[in-house]
Every structure is written in structure tokens, then in C-alpha cells.
Ligand binder design. Structure first.
Ligand code: DGT
Ligand code: CA
Ligand code: CA
Ligand code: ZN
Length: 577
């Protein structure tokens, strides 16, 4: 079994134990271990072979044995026994937003529910609300969760799509006869969710290449196969479309299959207005076909500057390309540091030192540590005493590190239900900066939630807002909040807003990040890393920022360490009373 498969099995084992009502700490150990495996920077088989698996934080001795058995034999008796004893539909139920293993267990015990269908019938019959400890509100929340799940389950997150598609693209590029290959569709536009994967290649003879693709081990079944296109179902779920064209057609096909559909339609209309005909294979003028060696040439032929794929949503990019006013988009290489990372001082897996070392090896000039504040007890939130200890640890570390990288002590401070913060002002004043986030009381009214977040955003000690809507992509809708109001308050008080780059969150999303920038809010891209590997989330934040039309100047963490230190030291001086 590969690492991801082992992690998934452990996670499922944790859920199965929870459904059985086992000790929560025991269940949690499996989730922690799965998280640790996903954060590995070394090969799992190497770690096992050299006996170092147990040294990984989050993996104890008994977990080590289970992981070793899974990785080497692909089997684990305990897991298989639990699977046999638990109706398979129950595991799927845990994924319904609003339902956890405990509630699933209660549903099973009280009503004999074994599947989503059973649950829907019970909801319709009003039986769920009648279960002890459930009630009308909970039943309504579960019904809401089911419709959310059903409307979103066919898409996958950007990180999942990227992980699946990267090796396929690499393989396609090295397949004999292939001159060029890229991904297209929503994946190339870096949309936050992906319906199906699209790959495109150029070859003088596409058919044998497509035949090779149909035989890839990741392919579960072939849905349709022709001489230029192939559609398959991958064993991990999504559909993959592969198209092959002649090298002379490549620029046109890549442009067409990148989309979006709205962008394509607008572009074709523009061609028509100029007496040209744009199709997925060619651009034709009154005197015959116009050759384009790449997409830049294609846009040029239409009187436009090159439009990066992330902007191709027909949101004004064609007009801007015509007038030469497209922004010069942010790039990953512009990032010089970041601010929202966790360590094992709260719920992170890795130590402060390990996080800093990882940031340094990525070439960052500074790293902001923002562990959880004291109310976040479930996440090891820091007491005032622990805050002081961490301050000393960070000061010592900065002294020993020298100029190579600078560490800032921030905090991810809970915004309490009334919008006040989780520490007294004098404690907040001791941090280099404060990220304010909502982690509790998600169900306030829209009005109360907006007032709550605005109150925190206006606080003179709050440097930036964390994950402003609390949504989890394809898993949980954000809480009710008037983001425009929040953005206006942030602009007024000089409070920044993060693009949380965790691919489960991507919060702010591109649309609101663009609006925030237009309102004059400075954006900051934060990985919300809970392990060293989580720093790689930054790339997904850059994807969102590019889709939001942001330039390097719009993003706080493109500034060098010295400027950042000075800005943080000044706080929000301009808006302080
Ligand atoms: P997805 O898969 O739902 O995440 O989104 P896309 O954008 O990848 O959509 P997909 O896979 O159906 O098609 C890939 C691209 O092909 C799409 O972005 C634009 C182009 N395309 C597909 N259907 C049409 C169409 O009916 N008209 C035009 N103009 N373009 C289309
Ligand atoms: Ca697609
Ligand atoms: Ca497609
Ligand atoms: Zn958070």
C-alpha cells in the first residue's frame, strides 16, 4: 500500500472505532497518525526499513506496527474485522455535514439506519427529530447536510485533482510520439473544485498514444474511445478526458479545452467581429488559416495581450487584455514569508524549530507562528503562561538563527461569540501580530455573525482576519456573514484579510479576495500549516490570488523581512485612536 492508502485506512479505522463508541482518545490516535503520514517528507518504506517510523511525531509503537503491516502486506486484521461487523453504509453517513460518528451510532441504534437511503426515509417520516438528544433543529441540519453533499459530491478539490493529474501528465509527456502535452479545463485555470480532469497532447498520430493512455494502471474503465479522444473513469473516482491533436492545431485546442466556456464564447464572438472564425482546431481569416505557434500568438492575432488561464472566466479579462490593462499577476516566487502556521505548542505536529527549518529550506525570509489561543482547548490553545514561554523560545531561536530567517510570534486568536478576543489587550500587545479567527458558535444569525467579526476586525490589536467564512470545500458551507461589510470594516481599520491556502479552505475565495483588494484591503497568503509539509499549501493560495487578479504589491507577504517587521511594529498606527 502506498502512503496515502495507509493514511486513508487508518482514518477509516478511526471512524469505525468511533461508530462503535470506543474511547475517543484511542480513535483520535488514528486520525493523528493519518495526518502525520500525509505530512511525511520522506519515503514511508525507507522510514520502515531504517526503523525510524516511531520517531515521527504522532506515531507511537503500536501505530508503528499497524502502519508497517499495512504498508508491507496491505492488510490489517483489526480493520478487516471492523469492516465486516459494520454496515458499509454507516461509514458513508459520517461524511454528511452535521453528522459525526457518535450521531451515526445513535441513528443506527435507535432506528436501525444502515444507509443514506434509510436516513432520508427516516427524516421524511419525522423519526430522526424524535431520537433522544436530536430534536427538530438537528434533524433540519442533517437534511441540509445531505442536500449539500448531494449537490457537491461529484466534484473534487483542487489539491486532489492536482495530485491525481500530475503523474499522468508526466507520463503523457514522455510517451513516444507526444510532442507537447498540458492539462486543460478547470485544473489549468486552478479552480477550487474540479469536475473532471482534462489532458491535451500534440502528436502526428494521436491514436496509439490514446491506446497507451487507456492502459494506464490508474484507469478503472474506458467510457469512450475514438481516434482523437478518450474518456475514462479513474479508480480514485473522477473522469479523465484525453484529447490528441496535430501539432499545428495545438494552440487552438489548448485554448479551447482550457475554457472557461464563457471565456471561449466571448473570444469566438470577438473573432467573428474581426471577420475571423475561431474553432477548437484553427483560426481562419478571409485569406485562409492563420497559424499560431502558441496561445500568446493566438491572443495576439485577436488583438489581445496574453491572458493567463487563471483569469479566463469572462470576468473582464478580455476587455483588459484589449486595453493593455491586465495586472501582472502574483507568482509563487514573489512570496518571502508567511504568517499563519501551527506548531506542536498547540495542534501542529512538528516543532517550532522544524517548522522554521522547513520554511528556510523553501527559501522564505521569515515565518510567523500563530498557534491557537486559550479558548481553543480542543486544539491545545495556549494559556497566558504558555504564550510567555513560547515568546522566550522564539526570542532564543531568533538569536541562534542569525540573519538567515526571522521568526515572528503571532497567535491565531479566537473571536469569541460576542466579537471580543481571547486574551486581555496587554497580552495581545505582546505578540508581533494577531490573526483573528472564528472557531466556535458557527450558527449565529447573519447579523450577529457580521457584527461579531466586524468588532474583531476593528480591534486595534488585530493584524489580520483568518479564514473569514469558515467554509470547508465540498464539506461544509461557510457561516452566514456579510463579507462586504467585513471587507469595508477591514479597509477602514487597516486590517488585512488572509487567503487561507489550505486546499480544504481557500478562504477568502477568489471573488471576495478581488473585492477586498478593490476596497483597499491588503491580502496575506497563509498556509495554515499544521506540519512542515503544510507549507506547500502556499501554492494553492497563489492560485486563488491569481484568480483574484492580485499582483505582488497587493499581497503583504511579498514584502521583505525588514519591511514586514517595521510594519508589524507600527501596528495599525494610522487607524489607532
Ligand atoms: P469542470 O470539469 O466542470 O471542472 O470544468 P471545465 O471547465 O474543465 O469543463 P469541461 O471539462 O466540461 O470542459 C473543458 C473545457 O472545454 C471547458 O472549460 C471549455 C471547453 N468546452 C466544453 N464544452 C464547451 C461548449 O459547449 N462550448 C464552448 N465554447 N466550450 C466548451
Ligand atoms: Ca474538466
Ligand atoms: Ca472534460
Ligand atoms: Zn483556524
Amino acid at each position: 500500500m502506498d502512503t496515502e492508502a495507509v493514511a486513508r485506512t487508518l482514518e477509516e479505522l478511526g471512524i469505525l472505532l468511533e461508530i462503535r463508541g470506543e474511547n475517543p482518545f484511542r480513535c483520535r490516535a488514528y486520525h493523528t497518525a493519518a495526518q502525520a503520514l500525509r505530512g511525511l517528507t520522506e519515503d514511508l518504506t525507507d522510514l520502515i526499513a531504517s526503523g525510524r517510523l516511531e520517531q515521527i511525531p504522532g506515531i507511537g509503537a503500536s501505530m508503528r506496527d499497524k502502519i508497517t503491516r499495512l504498508a508491507t502486506t496491505g492488510r490489517l486484521e483489526e480493520y478487516e474485522a471492523l469492516r465486516r461487523e459494520t454496515p458499509s453504509g454507516l461509514i458513508a453517513l459520517v461524511r454528511v455535514p452535521g453528522l459525526g460518528p457518535k450521531k451515526v451510532r445513535a441513528l443506527h441504534e435507535a432506528l436501525g439506519i444502515r444507509s443514506l437511503e434509510d436516513l432520508k426515509a427516516a427524516l421524511r417520516a419525522g423519526k430522526v427529530a424524535a431520537i433522544k438528544g436530536f430534536g427538530e433543529k438537528t434533524a433540519a441540519r442533517i437534511a441540509e447536510g445531505i442536500s449539500f453533499l448531494e449537490s457537491s459530491s461529484e466534484r473534487i478539490r483542487l489539491d486532489t485533482a492536482t495530485r491525481l493529474a500530475l503523474p499522468l501528465l508526466e507520463r503523457l509527456r514522455t510517451t513516444p510520439g507526444v510532442a507537447q502535452a498540458d492539462w486543460g479545463g478547470s485544473l489549468r485555470r486552478r479552480a477550487e473544485t474540479i469536475g473532471d480532469l482534462d489532458l491535451l497532447f500534440a502528436a502526428d498520430d494521436p491514436a496509439p498514444v490514446l491506446a497507451a493512455c487507456a492502459g494506464w494502471p490508474e484507469v478503472e474503465s474506458v467510457l469512450a474511445q475514438g481516434s482523437t479522444r478518450l474518456s475514462v473513469r479513474l479508480s480514485e473516482g473522477p473522469q479523465l478526458d484525453v484529447r490528441g491533436v496535430l501539432p499545428s492545431q495545438y494552440a487552438f485546442a489548448l485554448n479551447y479545452f482550457t475554457g472557461s466556456k464563457a471565456h471561449n464564447i466571448h473570444l469566438r464572438r470577438r473573432a467573428q467581429e474581426r471577420g475571423l472564425k475561431l474553432s477548437e482546431y484553427a483560426l481562419e481569416g478571409p485569406r485562409g488559416a492563420i497559424a499560431c505557434r502558441d496561445e500568446a500568438a493566438l491572443y495576439r492575432a485577436l488583438g489581445l495581450s496574453y491572458i493567463p488561464p487563471e483569469l479566463r472566466e469572462d470576468q473582464g479579462e478580455i476587455e483588459a487584455a484589449e486595453s493593455g490593462s491586465l495586472p501582472k499577476l502574483l507568482e509563487y516566487a514573489h512570496l518571502k514569508g508567511t504568517f499563519h502556521c501551527h506548531t506542536d505548542w498547540s495542534d501542529g505536529l512538528d516543532s517550532l524549530e522544524a517548522m522554521v527549518e522547513a520554511a528556510r529550506s523553501l527559501g522564505l525570509e521569515y515565518l510567523g507562528i500563530a498557534d491557537h489561543s486559550r479558548s481553543a482547548a480542543y486544539a491545545g490553545g495556549l494559556s497566558i503562561e504558555r504564550v510567555r514561554e513560547q515568546r522566550s523560545a522564539i526570542d532564543r531561536l531568533n538569536q541562534s538563527l542569525g540573519p538567515a530567517i526571522r521568526v515572528f510570534q503571532g497567535i491565531e486568536c479566537d473571536i469569541l461569540a460576542d466579537g471580543s478576543l481571547d486574551y486581555p489587550d496587554e497580552v495581545l500587545a505582546g505578540f508581533d501580530y494577531v490573526v483573528a479567527s472564528v472557531h466556535s458558535n458557527f450558527r449565529l444569525s447573519r447579523q450577529d455573525m457580521t457584527a461579531r467579526i466586524c468588532r474583531a476586525a476593528a480591534h486595534p490589536r488585530v493584524t489580520m482576519l483568518g479564514h473569514p467564512t469558515g467554509r470547508l470545500i465540498l464539506a461544509r458551507a461557510g457561516y452566514e456573514v456579510d463579507l462586504n461589510e467585513v471587507i469595508a470594516v477591514c479597509a477602514r481599520h487597516g486590517t488585512m484579510i488572509e487567503i487561507n491556502a489550505d486546499p480544504h479552505r481557500l478562504d477568502l475565495d477568489a471573488l471576495h479576495a478581488r473585492a477586498a483588494r478593490q476596497a483597499g484591503v491588503t491580502i496575506v497568503i497563509n498556509p495554515d500549516a499544521h506540519a512542515t509539509a503544510g507549507l506547500a499549501n502556499l501554492q494553492f493560495g497563489v492560485d486563488v490570488a491569481r484568480r483574484a487578479w492580485l499582483t505582488s504589491a497587493d499581497v503583504f507577504n511579498t514584502r521583505p523581512a525588514r519591511q514586514v517587521a517595521a510594519a508589524l511594529a507600527a501596528g495599525k498606527a494610522s487607524s489607532r485612536p
